[in-house]
Design a protein around this ligand. Structure first.
Ligand code: HEM
Length: 407
């Protein structure tokens, strides 16, 4: 069930969308997609189900589409370019809804994710990171960095914030991974989704009876006030739990691998105590790696003109942020990883009303990780050749399944 891509004007068949990143540089978007970018702002692509949505190649046009009220993020609308047969249903709360419904739900939780609120969590995040590094240093090597560090950091943080017991991490990590796999069958995805939904619904019920100082208790209070249904509360919990750990975990492991492949850049981070340089490295790695490589997906609800071309109401639109983040008009020499560059205009967190709710949290987590891990383990290195590292080519979110490291 593989997507194929082809240009409108020509007939160049391109093997896969989302494409497999070339083995020679697994951090770069597929060259075929870059070729589309050189040819123009829009291209037509052909997906697994024969549909032919538009593909928006340039950074400026991507932002224009993502901030337009003329597009919808509702996966159930006809014309929406769904990833595979398994991704056709809704159920993931406000990420797949439009305003005003989207804004109503997002507003209920956004206070927990402001820059100021998240900054208060920095010392706790630092403690989590230091404890996990202590455990790694005390344990056997080589060790899988994903299992020992990259997954636990954001999972512990989001569990604490939401009020989800970390002891259940095997359960929710496994089901989250299934839900975002592009190769999952509709049946398996529905089972995993049902399990997580039931689990979050149980936690909401518990917080209704016995509230604590956590975000799920605040969500449960909205249920008590009649502002939110139990169903909506559980869906919101599922979204926050999945989005809160999978993405950041991939950035930690893939970011580390990218730095290990660029020793000069890694040395800059290892040797600095300047938080500005660490923050700049986080933005650059977000840009360079763009882990949400399946592209943002929308459907036009009104005619919209982009790059001199009218996209008609009802037509699907894919916004591949990975090539947007390699647009040479915005980022000179875009394929070079340069932790000192100003990368803040990247679109790795999306753009417009659906721009990542958890971006401040992700930034603090990554700043603490990148600012600590390589200083505390200065001789950190991959324990296997890069060819043996399993990449998530089949994931809706890109990363590595395992990263054996030693020091
Ligand atoms: C490096 C880590 C992360 C990356 C790269 C990332 C990326 C993204 C992107 C690209 C979107 C836009 C989706 C769209 O336009 O369709 C998004 C939305 C979202 N993200 Fe993140 N994310 C990260 C971390 C987090 C964290 C830690 C949370 C915490 C719960 C989170 C929660 C959300 C939520 C709730 C949305 C939906 C926002 C809305 O629809 O209004 N994300 N994220």
């Amino acid at each position: 069930m593989t997507d194929t891509v082809r240009e409108t004007a020509g007939e160049t068949e391109i093997p896969q969308f989302p494409g497999v990143r070339a083995a020679k540089c697994p951090f770069d978007p597929p060259p075929e997609l870059r070729a589309l970018q050189q040819n123009g702002t829009l291209a037509k692509v052909r997906l697994w189900n024969g549909s032919t949505p538009w593909f928006v190649t340039r950074h400026a046009a991507q932002k224009e589409v993502l901030s337009s009220p003329k597009v919808s993020a509702d996966v159930t609308k006809p014309g929406y370019p769904i990833h595979t047969r398994a991704f056709g249903g809704g159920g993931l709360s406000f990420i797949l809804k439009d305003d005003p419904e989207h804004a109503r739900l997002r507003r209920m939780v956004q206070a927990a994710f402001t820059v100021r609120r998240v900054e208060t969590m920095r010392p706790a995040i630092q403690r989590i990171v230091d404890d996990l590094i202590d455990q790694m240093l005390a344990g056997p090597k080589p060790v899988d960095l994903v299992e020992a560090f990259a997954l636990p950091v954001p999972s512990l943080v989001i569990c604490e914030l939401l009020g989800v017991p970390y002891a259940d991490h095997d359960f929710f990590q496994h089901n989250s991974k299934t839900i975002i796999k592009r190769t999952v069958t509709p049946e398996d995805r529905a089972v995993a989704f049902g399990r997580l939904h039931e689990y979050l619904d149980g936690l909401v019920a518990q917080k209704l009876d016995d509230p604590a100082d956590d975000l799920l208790s605040k969500v449960a209070a909205r249920v008590k006030d009649g502002e939110l249904t139990r169903e909506e509360a559980a869906q919101m919990g599922v979204l926050l739990l999945i989005a809160g750990h999978e993405t950041t975990a991939n950035m930690i492991a893939l970011g580390t691998l990218a730095l290990l492949q660029h020793p000069g850049q890694l040395a800059l981070l290892r040797e600095t105590d300047d938080p500005k340089l660490v923050a700049s490295a986080v933005e650059e790695l977000l840009r360079y790696l763009n882990i949400t490589h399946s592209g943002r997906r929308r459907v036009a609800v009104e005619d919209i003109e982009i790059g001199g071309q009218v996209i008609r109401a009802g037509e699907g639109i894919i916004i591949p942020n990975d090539i947007g983040n390699r647009d040479p008009e915005v980022f000179p020499d875009p394929d070079r990883l340069d932790v000192r560059r100003d990368a803040h205009r990247h679109v790795a967190f999306g753009f417009g009303v659906h721009q990542c709710l958890g971006q401040s949290l992700a930034r603090v987590e990554l700043q603490v990780v990148y600012g600590t891990l390589y200083r505390r383990i200065p001789t950190l290195k991959a324990a296997v050749p890069i060819e043996e590292i399993p990449f998530k080519h089949d994931g809706q979110v890109y990363g590595v399944y395992e990263l054996p490291v030693t020091w």
